[in-house]
Design a protein around this ligand. Structure first.
Ligand SMILES: C[S@@+](CC[C@H](N)C(=O)[O-])C[C@H]1O[C@@H](n2cnc3c(N)ncnc32)[C@H](O)[C@@H]1O
Length: 310
């Protein structure tokens, strides 16, 4: 199957990211190398491009797509939470730009066997990295009702979280829930008919929540963004594309913290914290244009945030 993924906010991201044609650039979420191929096209042969992905299928597709690049390329099968470790191993101290395009790719969503989608039946998996142990199967079948409800509520912002967790527990009494269709069925049963008819697909929020739990998607963001900013050269840029309010809140909060100087209480006569701002936030978050929304409805919730190292 071809690696199908339309890169969101493509031009906006490249324009914000690439400022030095012979620089060192990192794509922490290579995916199908959509953004990456645009980045390497703008770079010259002295530049270096590094791509991370925790999904080997994405790396293979990315490698193929970047074959024609004139700059040096390093592709790494790693979670981006190991950003510092990977750069150390490559002998690189500072970089000129880093991009994050968070979440799953359309390719991952579209392959039923990966178990990410409520639109197609597949095994309960949802692992971006197929070598990790925890999968959606364990979350759905082994977590307590209370823990499930908490995850569905906090990572899915789902108002029916408790009912859904109870419905899942009831369904698994008859035997383990093995497929995305069985899970979708249990979710639908829990949501009152009137609520099911309005808004997005009734399983959307719960699937998002379980996927976030399986891949620990939120827990690593703040520390990784902070580590990345630390390793940016002066005027280097960090570009973060988020797809839902939970990710976006973390991106916003972390950049605002890094852009802040003194954090002493207001009534302190002199600064004792010695905090210096590390970045300047560039502009407001960017949303897809009407033309992009028409061409790619999946881009609807995307937001791009950019900051520049001081
Ligand atoms: C939205 S896609 C990126 C698409 C890419 N920008 C493009 O234009 O083709 C996100 C990719 O990031 C990867 N990913 C998500 N979280 C990751 C993490 N913590 N570490 C490494 N890769 C991650 C996923 O496996 C997926 O392939």
């Amino acid at each position: 199957m071809e690696f199908e993924h339309k890169s969101v906010l493509y031009k906006e991201t490249l324009d914000a990211l690439v400022t030095k044609l012979d620089g060192i650039y990192v794509d922490c979420t290579l995916g199908g190398a959509g953004h990456a191929s645009g980045v390497v096209q703008r770079l010259n042969e002295k530049a270096l491009f590094i791509g991370f992905d925790q999904d080997p299928a994405a790396l293979a597709a990315g490698k193929e797509r970047l074959q024609q690049a004139s700059c040096r390329i390093e592709l790494v099968h790693s979670n981006f939470q190991h950003f510092n470790r990977v750069l150390d191993a490559l002998g690189i101290d500072k970089v000129d730009g880093v991009v994050f395009d968070l979440g799953v790719s359309s390719h991952q969503l579209d392959i039923a066997e990966r178990g990410f989608s409520y639109m197609q039946d597949g095994p309960l998996d949802m692992r971006m990295n197929p070598t990790q142990k925890l999968s959606a199967y364990q979350v759905v079948n082994e977590y307590s009702v209370e823990k499930l409800a908490e995850i569905i509520f906090s990572y899915g912002e789902e108002r029916w979280a408790k009912r859904i967790a109870r419905s899942i527990a009831q369904a698994r009494e008859a035997g383990p829930i093995k497929t995305t269709a069985e899970l979708t069925e249990a979710i639908k049963k829990a949501i009152p008919a009137a609520a099911r008819r309005e808004g997005p697909h009734p399983a959307k929020r719960t699937f998002q929540a379980i996927r976030i739990e399986v891949n620990n998607e939120l827990g690593i963001l703040r520390d990784t963004f902070t580590a990345v900013v630390e390793r940016l050269n002066e005027k280097g840029r960090i570009c973060i594309i988020t797809f839902h309010s939970l990710e976006d809140r973390i991106a916003k909060k972390t950049l605002v913290e890094l852009a802040k100087g003194c954090v002493c209480p207001k009534d302190f006569p002199v600064c004792v914290c010695n905090h210096a701002p590390q970045v300047k936030i560039l502009g407001k978050p960017v949303a897809p244009s009407p033309a992009e929304l028409e061409e790619n409805p999946r881009s609807r919730s995307a937001r791009l945030r950019v900051a520049e190292k001081l």
